[in-house]
Design a protein around this ligand. Structure first.
Ligand code: HEM
Length: 391
């Protein structure tokens, strides 16, 4: 019998051994204490992510919304089902398409080189706080339309929102306050922009003009949509980037290949995304009874998609625990799948590519000081708060 508790110290330290046991022994696993099912295998997560008949995102997609109900699941894009979700998402899609993102590559490179110029003469830096986080926030601001001058404030808000305390299976009080502050800030942004009546310039303008069920969105609701883009773009990305930097230091032969041939970087980044997916799970709830892997999931129960487990499923990937930049993996789950597949994926891939290109060109033989890495201990987004390098 596998005893899986997403908050247990073993899982917080290293979830991969228990994920393997879940895949082998209890792939559709019931967590009695929370009336929730955890899906551990690739195929189950992949298929359930595309099932909008039996599963709904409307009650929320993460623990504080669905399980502890610490905060209400207001209907942002991620908490909507088709067809309303599809309509709104399509209206914003244009701003997230590869063409627009490619057109912004030189500005993204500018953000990266600005950061690197700040510390290049020091011979050391923190790749999370001095590079990944700053670039992620500046890119999110540019992509979504947040004022770039607010970047520092935004980093602080997101950090407070996502912070967890050891032994507390919920948001911290300061997290709940940061959430309220974030909503107020974003509502204010929406309200200020209402008087703008020109051609839409970014997703905020689309939200201001959009109608759902024949009604314009309120400032409060636009705030909810923006919070999603803010958190999505600023917390996960630095985690992916810093673990990529670590893996390349741990596999110097593969790093040498990338230094010699930077055109391999996008494929290498895909392997980094597969190998170290930071988001431990997102959720749905059952709106119509269904069966997965021989288990019956009943109306009202929650369902967890264990993405990092799925990305290391030996049924999908050959030797999944081997890090290999030459691996060909047609399907990965790092950006989710189905109608809620990450809207910012093209931005994330572009940021990652540019960051690795610049790092491997300007400080190719950096060393990671693994003894000084600071880990985030949260059930939700796993990764590093701080990771010092020398070069
Ligand atoms: C490496 C960085 C990133 C990772 C690993 C990531 C991961 C994900 C995942 C797994 C989902 C699926 C959610 C679900 O199915 O419930 C998602 C959705 C989303 N992501 Fe990302 N994301 C990243 C970067 C970004 C960026 C840069 C942005 C925006 C600028 C963004 C905006 C969004 C939005 C708006 C959604 C919701 C889409 C919807 O519900 O229709 N993400 N992301």
């Amino acid at each position: 019998m596998v005893d899986y508790d997403p908050f247990s110290p073993e899982v917080l330290d290293d979830p991969y051994p228990i994920y393997r046991r879940l895949r082998d022994e209890s792939p559709v696993h019931y967590l009695e204490a929370h009336n929730a099912w955890a899906l551990a295998r690739f195929d189950d997560v992949w298929n359930a992510s595309q099932d909008n008949v039996h599963l709904t995102a409307e009650r929320g997609t993460s623990w504080p919304y669905l399980v502890t109900k610490a905060i209400p699941a207001l209907p942002n894009l991620n908490h909507m089902d088709p067809p309303a979700q599809t309509q709104l998402r399509s209206a914003m899609m244009h701003y997230f398409m590869p063409r627009r993102v490619r057109g912004l590559e030189s500005r993204i490179r500018g953000f990266v080189t600005d950061c690197i110029d700040e510390f290049i003469d020091e011979g050391e830096a923190d790749v999370v706080t001095q590079l990944g986080q700053i670039v992620a926030v500046r890119v999110a601001c540019m992509a979504v339309g947040f004022p770039e001058s607010d970047a520092g404030y935004i980093i602080d808000l997101v950090k407070r929102f996502l912070a967890r305390e050891d032994g507390v299976e919920d948001m911290t009080e300061s997290g709940v306050n940061a959430f309220a502050e974030m909503i107020a800030y974003l509502e204010g942004l929406a309200a200020d922009r209402r008087s703008f009546d020109g051609e839409p310039e970014h997703p905020i303008d689309i939200l201001l003009q959009a109608e759902v069920d024949g009604e314009r969105l309120s400032d409060a609701l636009i705030g909810q949509h923006l919070i999603l883009m803010l958190v999505g773009g600023t917390e996960t990305f630095p985690k992916v980037f810093s673990t990529s930097v670590l893996r390349l230091a741990q596999y110097p032969d593969q790093r040498e290949e990338l230094i010699r041939d930077p055109s391999l970087i996008p494929a290498a980044l895909r392997e980094c995304l597969r190998y170290d997916m930071p988001t431990q799970f997102l959720m749905r709830s059952v709106k119509k009874q269904c069966e997965i892997g021989g288990q019956t999931l009943r109306e009202g129960q929650s369902v967890m998609f264990l993405y990092p487990s799925a990305n290391r499923d030996e049924r999908e990937f050959d030797q999944p625990d081997r890090f290999d930049i030459h691996r060909v993996s047609p399907r990965i789950l790092s950006f989710g799948q189905g109608v809620h597949r990450c809207l910012g994926a093209n931005f994330a891939e572009m940021e990652g590519k540019v960051l690795l290109e610049e790092m491997l060109s300007r400080m190719p033989h950096y060393e990671v000081d693994e003894s000084r890495i600071v880990h985030d201990r949260t059930e939700f987004i796993r990764g590093f708060q701080s990771m010092p390098i020398r070069f």
